[in-house]
Design a protein around this ligand. Structure first.
Ligand code: HAM
Length: 415
């Protein structure tokens, strides 16, 4: 039997692994430009961290968490997302003394969902959280960071920012009442799942993908109707900020998001290139999250992006990592070849040893591995301090001593 990875998980290697690294480094660059600081939290937490923050009635907590008892009997959960962990970390490390906090993270998350293209049970997220600022400027700032990232990856033409407001707690409660009243009038026509949600989490009916719910969702009262004046003013300020910064958006009054901790702005960057798993970056404001975990009332806003989905949108890079190949003419010089290799690397020249084969086989391998140069190392070369350096792209050969060959390769590699 061939061993397979667990359903919904996969190995990432080759061009895709390079692309993941590129996406993560592009993200870290833009997060730092926006003055976010890195944070790493554990991959598992006490289950309560997620139950208290994401909401007992959410799909994630109800159906998707990888929860287990460890050997001491504690209930632990593999993190399904990063925001709750960051909020917990802030409290555990008394970081609230120095607000605002601007943090960024990336790493694997775990959800027991039905696997399909762009949806996995272990997937990578990266995200930012801005904690301690209740002004709309913070929402605009995190969205501007996301937009800079998309532009730098040339994805700005492939994604669309959808934004909505759930308002403050009063507006949200108001909307809930309006939705319950409305959906009760068509209750029997709704899918079984939506009928259940009507009792537990009526906002989530708006998220339903069931065909029979769509007609009723379209006719549901829009959230804007339930927003009080402060909430409307907040939302307008965010939209104005986006317009001022030339960040295109559409207001989607049906956007509610699947986590309970949100209020005010919620948003998703979606794409038409990925089928049903169309959200590549999502987030919003969560002014009650820190309090839900036992801390003082502290506003926050942030987002997380799915690296796996972004990788599906981006061109795979060619493996262009060039190296100098050291070709040995006999096994007795491998010790000296290793010393030379180390010297090249210490000068920042990427290099590799072609481990086996005669000279012509080693040259063929170097060519196949897209090496920039072949450097011939034998007893004669070492004794005379004269090496043959062949540029494998142009075919040009030169005879150089060690010092000049290092100089030449440093120039080639810009080191
Ligand atoms: P989320 O919408 O659950 O939000 O996930 C954020 C992003 O992670 C999604 O837009 C999607 O790209 C990716 N994603 C989610 N589930 C999967 C999956 N099963 N497979 C592949 N990719 C997936 C959050 O997690 C919030 N913590 C975002 C946030 C941060 N809100 C405020 N701050």
């Amino acid at each position: 039997m061939k061993l397979q990875p667990v359903r919904g998980t996969r190995d990432i290697f080759g061009e895709e692994a390079l692309l993941f690294l590129e996406i993560q480094s592009q993200f870290a660059y833009w997060a730092q430009i926006h003055d976010f600081q890195p944070i790493e939290t554990p991959i598992f937490e006490f289950s309560q961290v997620f139950k208290r923050s994401l909401g007992d009635e959410t799909d994630i907590v109800n159906k998707e968490m990888y929860t287990f008892a460890d050997r001491s009997g504690d209930s632990l959960t593999l993190r399904p997302e990063g925001t709750a962990s960051v909020a917990r970390a802030i409290l555990s490390n008394s970081m609230l003394r120095d607000l605002p906090l601007k943090l960024y993270y990336s790493g694997p998350m775990f959800r027991h969902e039905r696997p399909q293209k762009g949806r996995y049970r272990q997937f990578q997220q990266f995200g930012v959280e801005l904690i301690g600022v209740d002004s709309p400027i913070a929402d605009i700032e995190v969205l501007s960071c996301a937009w800079s990232f998309f532009k730098a990856c040339s994805l700005d033409s492939k994604v669309q920012l959808e934004i909505n407001s759930l308002g403050d707690q009063e507006s949200r409660d108001n909307y809930r009442t309006q939705l319950v009243q409305y959906f009760n009038t068509c209750k029997n026509q709704l899918s079984e799942e939506s009928q259940k949600r009507l009792l537990s989490n009526p906002l989530r009916i708006l998220d339903s993908k069931e065909a029979q719910d769509q007609e009723w969702i379209q006719k549901a009262p829009p959230v804007q109707q339930a927003l009080n004046n402060q909430s409307l003013a907040f939302f307008e300020s965010v939209l104005k900020g986006l317009t001022d910064l030339n960040i295109p958006f559409v207001v989607n009054p049906r956007l509610v998001r699947g986590l309970d901790y949100y209020n005010h702005c919620v948003f998703e960057f979606t794409t038409t290139h990925l089928g049903s798993q169309n959200a590549v970056l999502s987030g919003g404001r969560y002014n009650n999250l820190v309090e839900a975990l036992g801390g003082p009332s502290t506003p926050g806003v942030g987002w997380a992006a799915g690296t796996d989905r972004l990788a599906l949108l981006l061109e795979k890079p060619q493996n262009q990592s060039q190296t100098v190949a050291i070709i040995t003419t006999s096994p007795d010089v491998s010790g000296e070849a290793l010393i030379l290799l180390t010297q090249l690397r210490q000068h920042g020249i990427p290099s590799q040893l072609i481990y086996s084969g005669n000279v012509s086989k080693q040259l063929k391998k170097a060519d196949k591995r897209h090496c920039s140069h072949a450097l011939l190392v034998g007893q004669v070369e070492l004794t005379s301090d004269t090496f043959n350096l062949k540029n494998l792209k142009t075919g040009q050969q030169s005879q150089l001593n060690k010092e000049s060959l290092i100089k030449e390769l440093r120039v080639f590699y810009g080191r």
